[in-house]
Design a protein around this ligand. Structure first.
Ligand code: ADP
Ligand code: MG
Length: 854
């Protein structure tokens, strides 16, 4: 449970106590709708039974039974269990990782408990909870509004009516009415607050809500196939078809030449098992799911797995300034009023008289218990410097608020004092907006403009403050209708996050552009950009943006990295222009109006701390700590995941060549058969964990963030890589075949030759794993790079190989003859020889100096 920042303007409301809430939760259950069926272990196992590998093993077992080979059949049965075991284990791991993510990124609610506002998961809301609703929130449960301001809710989910309905507070309402209709006090679970704010008391949760009654679930992004997964599935299908064809050829060829149908079918099944690259889809699922889980530990929650692939290909990071690059920890550090400045320092104890009015009106133009970091900063200064003077108006009451809008970056509060005949109006906002409200002449505007420019040049956010009076009675619809007098300027200091300059540098080295999009003043934006190290020669303002045509904008965004005074709905244009230039755009956002741009960007990241529910729903990721360097780290992880997928795939291609080759060659060339289903199953037991665990855990390459981004449309299985890994496999095949054919010439029996060749194959397989850990560094250089899984798999493989060779019962099933020490030595040398060329190639490429990796 995280504590929300600051107290709310809720005064007397205490809400439930923690204990009451816990009791209710236990009695009435979680506030959630029954989700789709969860996959059980049994379900996963049943699915594993449909896997081709399993079917082939079973078919082979059946053949053994028909020819009366019970031992072999039992052996295969054993393998079947192990294969299912591994599958279930892997799937369970994936399922758990995804589940954990889902609950982390599920909707949240702001409730008042024990008199304090707290953010909790939406599913923990109970009847009687007091929830705080603000623009961009989803209503967590059916509730009655206790108090609200301008509260507009989109109830189309329940009513189909897309026009938002207005809510008014209701007194002592016993039961919830039906959805639809303006000016009612009810809000419903799943509906969206589009404007205003309010507090409401929960009456129904879970399936008892309106949405629960109609049995409709909110659209959560379900498990969808990534382009990568589809690419892989196509590949696997192609191989499966080819495998079937080859299998039939082998069965026919074998049976015709050697006249034994049973053995022919067995050889065919062996080949089919050897050919199907069933590991590839497994690798993708596991790497993406576990990658998402890894990122969650570094504050980035994945909502859409497919975006992880795009993450590694990002070329532009388009980020907010406030909160992302800066800490959003504002302090009011400089005041300007009537021609003089005042710097507020640590040691300031009191405020000179001329600035009292400025601070007083700043307070009046803020919430009394503020949320906004600027307003909190104003409040802090008031408490520190003004508490003992007469400028506090506890007995005043607020009559109306005029909100900030995209047309006018200023807000006003209308106040009523008990002893005055007129309303007092306080306004604060962007300096230009305030100047405008004060109807200043050009001369005064430019005089004050220079002061604003100077303050902003120091990186301060500058806010203007003004006041007006208005006779009591009906209030005008627009802030422009008051006659404002200018009071002064406030300068807020918002420190840069200390990690940002380093992270920006990392981006530049990695070939990424960093673009700042902010609603703040250009000079402020420029100063912060400089501090962050963002290249900033030119700035485009929101106003300038309106002047540009789409084509002009497309040209300008190639070089401009700072956008200032931009309102959220202009972000979409910037994102679109960047995308049209072929960039892969990552964008951060928090507000309701950011949602379209977040959806449109290749990768949308919602701010977890400040972000609204709407922004989260539109995003692929949620950033828990709002920190820019976490984004850069996520990109880094994305690149690592892609690298590791490539490594695993390269290995998978390579290892299948000798296995398939040694299943096929003996049949075609009339050699004694070397591999039987048991051998393939044995090899699979090494290959599977290698793919799913060893390569997944492989640490990142040294140059992950030193090379340009990979193209988004570049296939993972690119031709050059596939060709090189097939070549690796061919070399291993050549050597294993040589060992297998030479052994009889040196007087070894068929079964000894099989043991020799198989041992060479297993060792060469390990060699392939080691060499494919990195395509830039040699095995020797990689020794120091820890990968515990690799150690275990290697030891396990050697251990079981030893068993198969030297436990007589197993040796007879595997049809192995005895191996002597010299034989083992031959195997080791042969397997090392099979990967040596690739190691040499790494060195040659590096000495050539043209590229960092093969
Ligand atoms: P950013 O992109 O830095 O988050 P915003 O879009 O939040 O900027 O704000 C844009 C501008 O609107 C600010 O520079 C300020 O001039 C004005 N503004 C924002 N919030 C307030 C507020 N609470 N009171 C007065 N002015 C505000
Ligand atoms: Mg903002």
């Amino acid at each position: 449970m995280e504590k929300a920042e600051g107290a709310l303007d809720v005064g007397h409301i205490k809400g439930l106590t923690k204990e009451e809430a816990a009791l209710r939760l236990a009695a009435e259950g979680y506030n959630e709708l029954p989700a789709g069926k969860k996959r059980t272990i049994l379900g996963i196992a049943m699915e594993a039974l449909k896997e081709p590998m399993f079917l082939l093993l079973m078919a082979s077992g059946a053949i053994y039974l028909t020819i009366g080979d019970v031992e072999d059949a039992l052996m295969l049965l054993g393998f079947v269990f192990v294969v299912i075991g591994i599958t279930v284990y892997q799937e369970e791991k994936v399922e758990r990782a995804l589940d954990a993510l889902k609950s982390l990124s599920s909707p949240r609610a702001l409730v008042i408990r024990d008199g304090e506002a707290r953010r909790i998961p939406g599913r923990e809301v109970v009847r009687g909870d007091v929830v705080v609703l603000a623009e961009g929130d989803r209503v967590p449960a059916d509730a009655v509004v206790l108090s609200c301001r301008n509260l507009l809710v989109d109830e189309s989910l329940l009513t189909g009516e897309s026009v938002p309905v207005r809510k008014l507070p209701g007194e002592k309402v016993a039961a919830i009415g039906r959805p639809g209709g303006d000016d009612l006090p009810f809000v419903y679970s799943g509906t969206l607050v589009v404007q205003g704010h309010g507090i409401a008391e929960v009456k129904e949760t879970g399936v008892r809500t309106e949405i629960g009654k109609i049995g409709k679930a909110l659209q959560a992004p379900g498990p969808e196939k990534t382009p990568l997964q589809r690419e892989a599935e196509g590949l696997v299908k192609a191989f499966a078809v080819a495998g079937m064809a080859a299998c039939i050829v082998v069965i026919v060829a074998y049976s015709l030449t050697r006249g034994n149908w049973h053995s022919g079918v067995l050889a065919g099944l062996t080949l089919a098992m050897a050919l199907i690259p069933e590991e590839i889809p497994v690798v993708l699922t596991i790497f993406l799911a576990l990658g998402a889980w890894r990122m969650s530990k570094r504050s980035v929650l994945t909502r859409r797995l497919r975006s992880i692939q795009a993450l590694g290909s990002t070329t532009v990071l388009a980020v907010d300034k406030t909160g992302t690059l800066t800490l959003s920890r504002m302090t009011l550090s400089e005041l300007y009023s009537h021609g003089s400045f005042f710097r507020i320092g640590e040691e300031s104890r009191s405020l000179p008289e001329p600035f009292h009015e400025l601070l007083e009106y700043s307070m009046l133009a803020s919430q009394s218990s503020p949320f906004d970091p600027m307003e909190k900063a104003i409040n802090d200064v008031r408490r520190k410097l003004l508490s003992s003077t007469e400028h506090l108006h506890d007995d005043w009451s607020i009559v109306q608020e005029y909100a900030l809008s995209r047309k006018l970056l200023a807000l006003s509060h209308v106040w009523q004092s008990p002893d005055d005949g007129e309303y007092v109006i306080a306004a604060k906002g962007a300096p230009e907006a305030i100047f405008d409200l004060c109807h200043m002449d050009e001369e005064e505007k430019s005089r004050l403009g220079a002061i604003v420019e100077r303050m902003a040049g120091e990186g301060l956010r500058v806010i203007g403050v003004a006041r007006a009076k208005y006779k009591k009675g009906g209030l005008p619809p627009d802030q422009h209708d008051f006659k404002y007098d200018f009071i002064g300027l406030l300068g807020f200091f918002d420190p840069l996050r200390p990690t940002v300059p380093e992270a920006v540098k990392e981006c530049y080295e990695a070939g990424l552009r960093v673009v700042m999009i902010t609603g703040d003043y250009p000079a402020t934006a420029q100063s912060i950009a400089r501090q962050a190290g963002i290249a900033c020669n030119e700035i485009i303002t929101g106003h300038g943006l309106e002047m540009l045509s789409d084509d002009e904008l497309k040209e300008r965004v190639k070089s401009v990295n700072v956008f200032a005074r931009v309102v959220p709905d202009q972000k979409l244009r910037i994102i679109k222009a960047l995308k049209e230039n072929g960039e892969v755009v990552l964008m951060t956002g928090d507000g309701v109006n950011d949602a379209p741009a977040l959806k449109n960007a290749d990768i949308g990241i919602a701010m977890g701390v400040r972000g609204t529910e709407v922004a989260r729903e539109a995003s692929s990721f949620v950033l828990l700590d709002d920190d820019f360097s976490s984004i850069v780290h996520a990109v880094r992880t994305g690149r690592r995941i892609l690298d590791n997928i490539k490594k695993a795939v390269a290995y998978i291609f390579a290892i299948h060549v000798p296995i398939a080759g040694m299943s096929l060659l003996p049949v075609l060339l009339g050699w004694p058969i070397m591999l039987f289903p048991a051998h393939i199953a044995f090899l699979e037991l090494i290959i599977d964990p290698v793919c799913s665990v060893v390569f997944e855990a492989e640490p990142e390459e040294k140059d992950v963030m030193k090379r340009p981004p990979r193209k988004l449309d570049e296939p993972i299985f690119d031709k050059r890589m596939v060709a090189l890994s097939v070549l690796q496999g061919l070399v291993v095949l050549g050597i294993v075949a040589t060992v297998y054919r030479l052994a009889p010439l040196l007087g070894e029996s068929d079964s000894q030759a099989r043991a020799l060749a198989f041992t060479t194959l297993v060792l060469a397989n390990l060699g392939l794993v080691f060499t494919n850990r990195s395509w830039s560094r040699t095995i020797v250089e990689m020794v120091g790079v820890r990968n515990e899984a690799l150690l275990w798999v290697t030891l396990g493989a050697l251990f079981f190989l030893g068993f198969a060779l030297y436990v007589p019962f197993l040796a007879s099933i595997f049809k192995f003859g005895p191996l002597h020490f010299v034989d083992l030595f031959v195997c080791v040398v042969a397997s090392i020889a099979s990967i040596l060329w690739f190691e040499a190639l790494k060195l040659i490429v590096r000495i050539g100096g043209h590229r960092a990796s093969i």
